[in-house]
Write a protein that binds this ligand. Structure first.
Ligand SMILES: *Cc1c(COP(=O)(O)O)cnc(C)c1O
Length: 354
């Protein structure tokens, strides 16, 4: 089967973006975050590409980590949600995974574990996001419990920002202060910064950084394009023109007749839709590139087609012509904004089956 919608992955751009991470994070060790199928870019190919270029890889859950191990990836491997039960803890031990402990029962389970294997683990503290992380006042006790555990080699400290993509948020400094205090008290190696913090909060760069989105070439900030940080898009989502219609002023296009021609128009139909991961909520006016030229989406996004106004294109558009939905010269953040979402979601959805 050959689909119109195609996803291209540029591994050179990935390695370039890794060099940008390095520029911003000085001598910190790098944990490349490849959860959610590497943000839709293909976890195995991205994992293979990065395993010898970074200090560790991170995934969300044990199952993702096992896929990497089964594929022969031996890198240090961090499981951000940790284990959810004894069986998963046993798998962490057997496959040398580094679980993040964010609940006291996880620490308890680790401290009781008996095994011929040992592992490194992370204690995640809640510095203000109130999602995953143990309370700061429990941190000393729990880290001691981990250090005393027979199966634990090394314990490291982690926390996560809630608002790192919003430089004006007062929570950032408050989380940083709380983390610094905890780290000083415990004297552990630490990791705090995601992409947004790497790019905007040099004080948040500790021994280890955890870039995700910036590796894939998208800016974590809605208001700043990737080009501002010299990030290059790794994913390009493409399709082609499958029909062209000459419509008259006043004729409407697509389901619901949401958009009508305000002049006689050339409307190209492109073979891609929400079934391929293009966002259904992309508004009329969302940019896309037809033969490299920016043109506006018109009307509602269908399951496998969208319509584009190509009236103003310099050269006549023909069926089979290339259309870029994002990537190349079109920043995925522009599309995300027009669809009231963030680049992370677009990349993950489009690359579900990668
Ligand atoms: C997903 C994730 C990251 C990466 O975040 P980006 O914004 O993509 O850089 C870092 N740390 C944790 C705990 C995460 O869950």
């Amino acid at each position: 089967m050959q689909r119109n919608a195609r996803l291209e992955i540029d591994l050179k751009a990935l390695m370039h973006n890794l060099s940008v991470v390095r520029q911003y994070s000085a001598n910190a060790k790098i944990i490349a975050v490849i959860k959610a199928n590497a943000y839709g870019h293909g976890m195995l190919s991205i994992g293979r590409q990065l395993e010898n270029a970074v200090d560790a890889l991170a995934v969300a859950c044990v199952d993702e980590a096992l896929v990497l191990r089964e594929a022969g990836i031996n890198a240090e491997l961090i499981v951000l949600q940790g284990f959810q039960n004894q069986q998963q803890l046993d798998q962490c031990l057997a496959f040398n995974l580094q679980p993040v402990c964010h609940q006291d029962w996880q620490v308890e389970l680790l401290s009781q574990a008996v095994s011929q294997h040992q592992l490194n683990c992370w204690l995640k503290v809640d510095t203000g996001m109130h999602r995953l992380g143990v309370a700061l006042k429990q941190a000393a006790l729990l880290s001691q419990q981990l250090e005393d555990a027979a199966v634990v080699k090394k314990v490291r400290l982690m926390s996560h920002f809630a608002n790192a993509d919003d430089s004006s948020s007062a929570l950032n400094q408050s989380q940083l202060d709380a983390f610094n205090q905890c780290q000083q008290q415990l004297g552990l190696e630490a990791s705090l910064a995601n992409s947004a913090a790497i790019l905007s909060m040099p004080q948040a760069i500790k021994h280890w950084v955890r870039p995700g989105i910036m590796l894939y070439g998208s800016s974590p900030f809605a208001t700043q394009p990737a080009s501002e940080y010299d990030l290059k898009p790794v994913m390009t989502l493409k399709s082609q023109v499958i029909a062209i219609n000459s419509l008259s002023r006043g004729q409407s296009v697509g389901y619901g007749g949401l958009w009508s021609c305000t002049r006689d128009s050339q409307i190209a139909v492109v073979g891609i839709g929400y079934g391929d991961g293009y966002p259904r909520h992309a508004a009329s006016g969302t940019p896309l590139l037809v033969n490299g030229q920016r043109c506006p989406l018109v009307g509602r996004v269908s399951m496998d087609t969208i319509c584009v106004d190509v009236t103003d294109c310099e050269a006549p558009v023909q069926t089979g012509d290339e259309v870029i939905l994002w990537g190349g010269q079109l920043d995925v953040n522009e599309v995300a904004k027009a669809a009231s979402t963030i680049s992370y979601e677009l990349l993950c959805h489009a690359g579900r089956d990668q």
